[in-house]
Design a protein around this ligand. Structure first.
Ligand code: NAD
Length: 264
C-alpha cells in the first residue's frame, strides 16, 4: 500500500466495527496515525486496536471510549485525539445506530439517540476539530451519511431524518470552508455488509416466513439494483481518495456508493 498519508493524523468515530474499522485500517495502511473510537466487547475493541496499530507500525492504536450520544463526550474525544496525535487532520464522522418502527410507535428515546449519535455528534466533532485544521492549514472532514440521506424508506424516520441532516450539514460546512485547503464531503452508501446492516436480515426472514437469502435479495436489497452487498473496502477506498492527492476540488458532495440505488 502506497503510504500517501504519511504525516497525517485521523480520528475515525465508530471504528471498533464495520465501515469505521475498515476506513481506520486503510488510512493507517496508507501512513496516517489513527485514533479509534466506539463501543462493543472489550476483546473486539482490543482486536481493532491491535489490527490498526499493526498497520501503523506496531503497538495498539490510540482509542477513545467517548459516548457520542453526549456532546461533552464528543468534545472530549476530539481533545484526546489532538493530544494523542498532535492534531486531527482527518475527521471521519462514522458512528451510527439504526432502529426500525412505524412512526406512530417509534420510541421517543430511540429518536433522541439516533439524532444524537447519527447527526448531532457530527456537528459537535466538526465544531471542535475545525479550528485545529484551520490553524494547521489542511483538513478533510468526511461524514458517513447514507443513501437514506438522499431518499427515504418507510419505518426509518429517525435514521432518514438524521442522515438527511448530515448531508445538509456537510453542504453548509463545505461552503464555510470553501476558500481554505479543507474539504467536507459526505459518503452515501447503500447496504454495506456490516453488523448494523446484517442485523436487519433475520427480522425480515422471520416477518415474511422466508429464508434469510430470500429476505436479503427480495426485501433488504430490493432498492439496491445490484442486489449484492457493498463491501466495507468500497467505502474505505472512497474515504482514502478524499484524503489523498487530487481530491481538493471535491467539496460539499454527497457521494453515492449504492449499487445504483439513487439511479432508479
Ligand atoms: P456498525 O454497527 O458495524 O458500527 C457502528 C459503530 O458505531 C461501532 O463502532 C459502534 O461501537 C459505534 N457507535 C454506536 N453508538 C455509539 C456511541 N454512542 N458512541 C460511540 N460510538 C458508537 O455499523 P456500520 O454499518 O459500520 O455503520 C457505520 C456508519 O455507516 C453508520 O453511520 C451507518 O449509519 C452508516 N451506513 C451504514 C450502512 C450499512 O449498510 N452498513 C449503509 C449506509 C450508511
Amino acid at each position: 500500500m502506497e503510504r500517501i498519508l504519511t504525516g497525517r493524523s485521523a480520528l475515525v468515530t465508530g471504528s471498533t466495527s464495520g465501515i469505521g474499522l475498515g476506513i481506520a485500517l486503510l488510512l493507517a495502511e496508507s501512513g496516517a496515525k489513527v485514533m479509534l473510537n466506539g463501543m462493543g466487547k472489550a476483546e473486539d475493541i482490543a482486536a481493532a486496536r491491535a489490527k490498526v496499530g499493526a498497520a501503523m507500525g506496531g503497538g495498539d492504536a490510540p482509542y477513545s471510549a467517548a459516548d457520542l450520544s453526549k456532546p461533552a463526550g464528543v468534545r472530549a474525544m476530539v481533545a484526546e485525539a489532538e493530544a494523542a496525535l498532535g492534531g486531527v487532520d482527518i475527521l471521519v464522522n462514522n458512528a451510527g445506530i439504526q432502529f426500525v418502527s412505524p412512526v406512530e410507535d417509534f420510541p421517543e428515546e430511540k429518536w433522541d439517540a439516533i439524532i444524537a449519535i447519527n447527526m448531532s455528534s457530527n456537528f459537535h466533532a466538526i465544531r471542535a476539530a475545525l479550528p485545529g485544521m484551520k490553524a494547521r492549514g489542511w483538513g478533510r472532514i468526511i461524514n458517513i451519511a447514507s443513501a437514506h440521506g438522499l431518499v427515504a424508506s418507510p419505518y426509518k424516520v429517525a435514521y432518514v431524518a438524521a442522515k438527511h441532516g448530515v448531508v445538509g450539514m456537510t453542504k453548509v460546512v463545505a461552503l464555510e470552508i470553501a476558500e481554505t485547503p479543507i474539504t467536507c464531503n459526505a459518503i452515501c452508501p447503500g447496504f454495506v455488509r456490516t453488523p448494523l446492516a446484517e442485523a436487519q436480515v433475520k427480522p425480515l426472514a422471520d416477518k415474511f416466513g422466508i429464508s434469510e437469502e430470500a429476505a436479503l435479495r427480495d426485501h433488504l436489497l430490493v432498492k439496491q439494483p445490484s442486489r449484492r452487498w457493498i463491501e466495507v473496502e468500497d467505502i474505505a477506498r472512497m474515504a482514502l481518495y478524499l484524503c489523498g492527492p487530487g481530491s481538493g476540488a471535491v467539496n460539499g458532495a454527497a457521494l453515492s456508493i449504492d449499487g445504483g440505488w439513487l439511479a432508479a
